[in-house]
Design a protein around this ligand. Structure first.
Ligand code: PEP
Ligand code: MN
Length: 340
């Protein structure tokens, strides 16, 4: 249930509603918008009549949220969520924010060279895996904490923020010192212990759609973190598994407008894992921005043919730069901006 308070409702009136909700067995999440406060009430509760709340002083409107995701629903924050990373970089605002970098961090030279080129092209976030969820236990597993250190050094040198995948909740405290945003990978989208632990932090999270997850399941996974109080969650379409084999995954572009309507959370897209092929990344990246994505996650490597993972879907720096030029033309056509 969502309770919209009247514009100018007093703190005492808001508190009275909160007390009443808690007494009825709800957990209450308060969202203070520019003009009015919205209270989200969720949880296991006794039978109640939502009209009782309409009568309380200062209440403008009471809405029942019929969708299974509550705090993630657009009704809870009609104006949308903006994740503020600092230095003017905001995901979910007018700017389309680009995160780019290698699939895996491989060496200080590699990550520094990539950071330098993507920063020049206008990316704001450096991506790079240090803990890799590889299908085979014999494939390169990532450099771990050493890799994160390399990434942080490169990012700081070139004025970038960082995002890297967390695979287990035991890694959260250590990784917090290195990353500005945690990535939850497709394979971990339904690792509910991990999601709950990330809900206890306030660090931004990039939650990728599982390869066989519905949009509703993605939103319910986000709900785990929102329920813990962490609203700094961005979602990411990265392709789903279908019967098609020409592409690595089927990039579900329709998920972008669908989720943006259902939820207030920023929606990003990853055309690299979405297609698995370098020559398909730019067309799908352009399509994702045209479809309203709030940001992109793109794999870029200084030497894609010798990358330790996902070289086939990695752009080289020149290809990435060309793509960024194209995106800067597309974004304004749909009322968005892209920082130079
Ligand atoms: C990645 O971004 O490197 C990655 C492993 O992605 P996904 O979890 O979407 O497969
Ligand atoms: Mn990858």
């Amino acid at each position: 249930m969502v309770i919209v308070m009247q514009e100018g409702a007093s703190d005492a009136q808001i508190q009275q509603v909160i007390d009443r909700l808690i007494a009825s067995g709800f957990n209450v999440h308060r969202s203070t918008g520019e003009s009015h406060t919205v209270l989200g009430a969720v949880g296991v509760h006794r039978d109640f009549d939502h009209r009782d709340f309409e009568l309380l002083d200062g209440v403008r409107e009471v809405m029942r949220i019929t969708q299974p995701f509550k705090l993630a629903s657009r009704q809870f924050r009609p104006e949308g969520t903006i994740i503020d990373l600092g230095r003017g970089v905001k995901i979910g605002g007018p700017d389309v924010v680009i995160a780019a970098g290698p699939c895996s961090i491989e060496s200080p030279e590699q990550i520094n060279s990539i950071a330098e080129s993507i920063a020049k092209s206008g990316a704001k976030i450096l991506r790079g895996g240090a803990f890799k969820p590889r299908t085979s236990p014999y494939a390169f597993q990532g450099l771990g904490e050493k890799g994160l250190e390399m990434m942080k050094t490169a990012a700081e040198k070139h004025g970038l923020f960082t995002v890297s995948e967390v695979m287990d909740l035991s890694q959260i405290p250590m990784m917090s010192g290195y990353v500005d945003m945690f990535q939850v990978g497709a394979r971990n989208m339904q690792n509910y212990f991990l999601l709950r632990a990330l809900g206890e932090t306030r660090k931004p999270v990039l939650l990728k759609r599982g390869m066989s997850a519905t949009m509703e399941e993605l939103l319910l996974s986000a709900e785990y973190m929102l329920a813990g109080g962490n609203f700094n969650v961005a979602l990411c379409e990265r392709g789903i598994r279908t019967f098609e084999t020409y592409t690595r995954n089927t990039f579900d572009i329709a998920a972008i407008p669908v989720i943006k309507k259902l939820s207030h959370l920023p929606m990003m897209a990853d055309p690299s894992h979405g297609t698995g092929r370098r020559d398909k990344v730019a067309p799908m990246a352009r399509a994702a921005v045209a479809a309203g994505a709030d940001g992109l996650l793109i794999e870029v490597h200084n030497d894609p043919d010798h990358a330790l993972s996902d070289g086939a879907q990695s752009l080289d720096p020149a290809q990435f730069d060309q793509l960024m030029r194209e995106l800067r033309i597309i974004a304004p056509a749909i009322g968005r901006t892209m920082a130079a």
